[in-house]
Design a protein around this ligand. Structure first.
Ligand code: FES
Length: 325
């Protein structure tokens, strides 16, 4: 049986069967809905159900019970059980384009993380802090990396973590030299800094999930309207904490900035916080009702952090997440 899905912002409608996701149904009928992972892990396709009901074969990782109860749904996993009215967050991001780029620098940041600096062939590069690009691989396929620097000119940094056996990160990246060319698709993704959501910022990252948050924070530097920022970064060991000294210096250019690195496997000499990064946030910030929360990193951290932070008063409308493995 087909149901009618009405998109409030655009006034367009499409039909969705109970055996397909809203995203698949919309895409088939030429209606664009924001999405990235398509497996329920990143939260980019989150929509608000204004009327009607949906069901899931399995509850997706990127949607907490609290969000579902508050009327949110993930379009890539939700199936229509009735006619629906949905609200889709506006994307003000520029259209993505395929472009050529030249490698301008490769710098080892940590044993398994490289800073890749690209010069993209464009007069200036327009993207929202938090977005990502795809590197198009010869022979098909792509790998995605978030921009790690603020939009300025046409040079941009990425934090690339080497994944053992990875076709790009453990293959082509090793051969890459300054001057080599890469085909990229840029910019992509709905994760972005919501400057209109002016609240104290709680930013929580694991691994190279730091990169899009760095891009956001560089954008806010020297801005006297910058809200207070608490940045929590979860890593395994001390040697993983790349750029930690630089991050501490961000406090000189950000209003009311705190940085809390948290190690799950710190050595005996580590004097800082230990455990899971979301544990540290819970201990430090018992009330999150006034915060805008940005989560970036592993889907498991995001799923757990969302559940816990919503229980601490965070509002689902002010939680933004970008999950990747
Ligand atoms: Fe739906 Fe990632 S696209 S959760």
């Amino acid at each position: 049986m087909k149901h009618r899905v009405f998109v409030l912002e655009t006034g367009c409608a499409f039909e969705a069967g109970g055996d397909e996701s809203l995203l698949d149904a919309a895409t088939r009928q030429g209606v664009r809905l924001p999405h990235e992972c398509t497996f329920g892990g990143c939260g980019t396709c989150r929509i608000r159900l204004v009327a009607g009901n949906v069901a899931y074969e399995e509850m997706p990782m990127a949607l907490s019970d609290e969000e579902a109860q508050a009327g949110f749904a993930l379009a890539c996993q939700a199936r229509a059980c009735s006619d629906l009215s949905i609200s889709v967050p506006a994307t003000t991001a520029p259209e993505s384009q395929r472009r050529s780029s030249v490698v301008r620098g490769l710098r080892q940041l940590a044993p398994d993380v490289v800073n890749l600096e690209l010069e993209v062939e464009a007069e200036s590069l327009d993207y929202r802090p938090g977005q990502y690009m795809n590197v198009l691989l010869p022979g098909g396929g792509h790998r995605s990396f978030s921009m790690a620097s603020r939009p300025a000119g046409n040079r941009v940094d990425f934090h690339v973590r080497r994944v053992p056996g990875g076709r790009f990160t453990d293959g082509a990246l090793r051969q890459l030299r300054a001057g080599d060319r890469l085909e990229v698709e840029i910019p992509l993704g709905g994760f972005r800094l919501h400057e209109e959501d002016y609240r104290p910022l709680l930013m929580v990252a694991t691994g190279t999930g730091l990169a899009p948050l760095k891009s956001m924070l560089e954008t806010l530097m020297d801005d006297e309207d910058c809200p207070p920022v608490s940045l929590y970064w979860g890593m395994r060991t001390e040697s993983d904490l790349y750029l930690a000294d630089e991050i501490r210096r961000w406090g000189e250019r950000l209003y009311d900035f705190s940085f809390v690195p948290v190690l799950s496997r710190g050595s005996d000499t580590w004097n800082g916080r230990r455990g899971y990064v979301q544990d540290a946030v819970e201990r430090d910030l018992p009330d999150l009702s006034e915060h805008a929360v940005y989560l970036c990193g592993s889907p498991a951290m995001i799923s757990d952090a969302k559940r816990r932070f919503l229980a601490r008063g965070a509002s689902a409308e002010h939680v933004y997440a970008d999950g990747f493995s």
